[in-house]
Write a protein that binds this ligand. Structure first.
Ligand code: CAA
Length: 389
């Protein structure tokens, strides 16, 4: 039985901060960002944008193409939760008018949770082929001002429809996984920004890749030269290069520069300008690969490395379905990115690091230009608005 991603679409915010603007403000050589970490821009969410509005924007175009009353579950992965009790997916369920005969749950483990949700959906459909599951991965990456991570912020949400006989990707059985209780990146409940031991986190990421890969090979007997393309979790796009080099060294493969690019480069186009979107990042990378690859990817095997600090990692694979091109939402992805508005450093600070967004009663100015926005918080209740077209 074939199960996997039938449709995939991502959304990001309407604003960005250029790393050229950022470099000027910090008095840093811009090439540290453009070359050193491989990032050009960061999508910045205004105060009236959160993971619920981002995920609604990601999911709405998918629901337009199907009978949304057939959705049986919403599995929502995030580490930017808006409530300690109610799942973000329940707000989303209301905004999108999903059927009451539906289960909704939130998944968390840093940037890994999107993969956990996808694999859970995969298993649920295998258990009952009637299931049609909306998997969401959505995050807003925030670090302290002047911290090492500040240049790697960003935001985005990916929506994936998981069902039998998918039109984009079938997920193959078996995967390799790895967990270790480490403190490389974390966000205590009382903080809105993450804490990170930056250099250490990259080391833990690369070690987790080696461990998850070893397990993947043991479990599946699939080998490096049987995988055509690689999507890695992308905290910043240079990490993909570090990861792929690490894997090549581990398997002692001989990969030309051209092949290296063919295996990884198309997956970085969007992430370079969206920035880190934590749980969504791997899947925005996948959208990027599908939309930007020069060659037909039909029947190609993709390897996916999912990494969540703290840490949990998984390596899995899937096969791109022939004719997948007809089901991509490339134009929407590109239009969103191109139509974002540039922010000054001061405007970014006002959007991202203002203190009062957690107030009990607040009405948000209208910045979010999308169909869905966070209008207010009244008596601790989040009020979302679906704008008229
Ligand atoms: N021109 C070209 N390259 C330059 C340069 C210049 N002018 N100046 C610096 N560079 C290069 C450096 O040589 C370095 O390259 P290498 O990595 O090859 O050594 C690179 O740019 C970065 O420079 P620094 O190491 O000096 O940068 P930094 O210490 O300020 O920040 C970082 C790097 C620690 C990764 C930081 O971006 C960070 O803390 N990021 C957040 C944490 C993170 O993303 N970790 C990734 C793994 S954890 C994960 O994946 C989960 C997640 O999503 C958070």
């Amino acid at each position: 039985m074939k199960v996997g991603i039938d449709l995939i679409h991502f959304a990001t915010s309407d604003y960005f901060l250029g790393l050229d603007t950022f470099a000027k403000e910090k008095g840093t050589d811009v090439n540290k960002y453009l070359i050193g970490i491989g990032q050009e821009q960061m999508s910045i969410a205004p105060p009236d944008e959160d993971i619920v509005t981002l995920s609604a924007k990601a999911a709405a175009p998918i629901l337009e193409q199907i009978d949304k009353q057939k959705i049986t579950a919403v599995l929502f992965a995030t580490e930017s939760g808006v409530d300690q009790s109610k799942s973000a997916g329940a707000f989303l369920h209301g905004l999108l008018g999903l059927p009451k005969r539906c289960r909704v749950v939130e998944f968390k483990h840093a940037c890994y949770a999107g993969t956990a949700a996808l694999q859970m959906a995969n298993t649920m459909v295998k258990a009952n082929p009637k299931e049609k599951i909306l998997v969401i991965a959505a995050d807003i990456a925030k670090y302290d001002v002047d911290s090492s991570g500040e240049a790697t912020q960003g935001c985005g949400a990916v929506a994936m429809l998981v069902k039998e006989n998918p039109r984009i990707l079938t997920i193959e059985p078996g995967s390799g996984y790895y967990t270790d209780d480490v403190m490389d990146f974390w966000r205590p409940n009382y903080r809105t920004t993450a804490l990170v031991d930056g250099k250490y986190s990259t080391k833990v990421y690369l070690n987790s890749l080696k461990q998850a890969w070893e397990h993947f090979v043991e479990e599946t007997d699939r080998h490096f030269d049987e995988i055509d393309a690689f999507c890695y979790h992308i905290p910043f796009s240079r990490m993909t290069e570090k990861a792929h080099k690490t894997l090549i060294k581990k398997v002692k493969a001989d990969v030309s520069n051209e092949k290296f690019k063919e295996q990884t480069l198309a997956g970085q186009t969007y992430n370079r300008v969206v920035g880190n979107s934590y749980s969504a990042s791997l899947f925005i990378g996948f959208c990027s690969f599908l939309d930007n690859a020069a060659q037909d990817l039909g029947n190609k095997r993709f390897g996916f490395f999912s990494y969540g600090s703290g840490c949990v990692a998984e390596f899995f694979s899937g096969i791109i379905q022939p004719g997948y091109q007809q089901h991509l939402m490339t134009a929407s992805h590109q239009t969103q990115i191109q139509s974002r508005q540039a922010l000054s450093y001061k405007e970014y600070l006002n959007f991202y690091h203002q203190a009062d967004t957690d107030a009990d009663n607040i009405t948000f100015p209208r910045y979010n230009k999308g169909l869905f926005r966070l209008e207010a918080i009244r008596d601790h209740i989040r009020i979302y608005e679906k704008q008229a077209l």
